[in-house]
Unconditional design. Sequence first.
Length: 214
Amino acid sequence: MADLSNLLKIPIVHNFLIEIGGETCPKLISLCNGSFTDEEIFNVLENDTKLTKIRSVLNKLHYKGIATYERTRDKNSGWYTYTWNIKPERIVELITQIHNESIEDFEKRLENEQNYIYFQCPNNCERMPFEIASEYNFKCPECNSDMQTTDNTQLIKDLKNTIKDTRKQIEEISKFKHLKPEEKIPVPSETAEPINSEETIITQKEKQTGTKLA
Ligand SMILES: [Zn+2]
């Protein structure tokens, strides 16, 4: 089923999110189906991740266009509340873009491997195509050993497999490209304050973390 939890299970998605927002990022996103405030996420994570850390991850996701927010100001307290939304379709878009670029690089390399004869010395110094090796009179510029033609059959096979595998992964995540966040607010843990008394939550959380919403 093309839902957020299944999208997050795909290794390239999981790794991509860790790269962007660190180890907490995939878990944080898995809890963020629907609109939510950073305080609500703080409660759902059962206080094992600091509020400042949650905000930092959300800011990184915002920078990439994966998270969007609306800011509202409480008239009485003056505190700002941020209501966040995760855009799964943006995750798919970014990963597809990155992997399409990798495929282009791999294809270029494959083309070179198929069209040129490469030379290398027995000490496995730098490989080079015929044109460059001939300029060195087929003597390795690093160790001066004679350079021989290399067998790139395995390399070509590996490149073809990598391209095939990357395409397969892009196809897999493309099923999620129209995925929208569900209209669901995360349920706070039992010990957490009720979510409707926003003023109380914000002031208490700010005191706990010693930070101020700006
Ligand atoms: Zn050499």
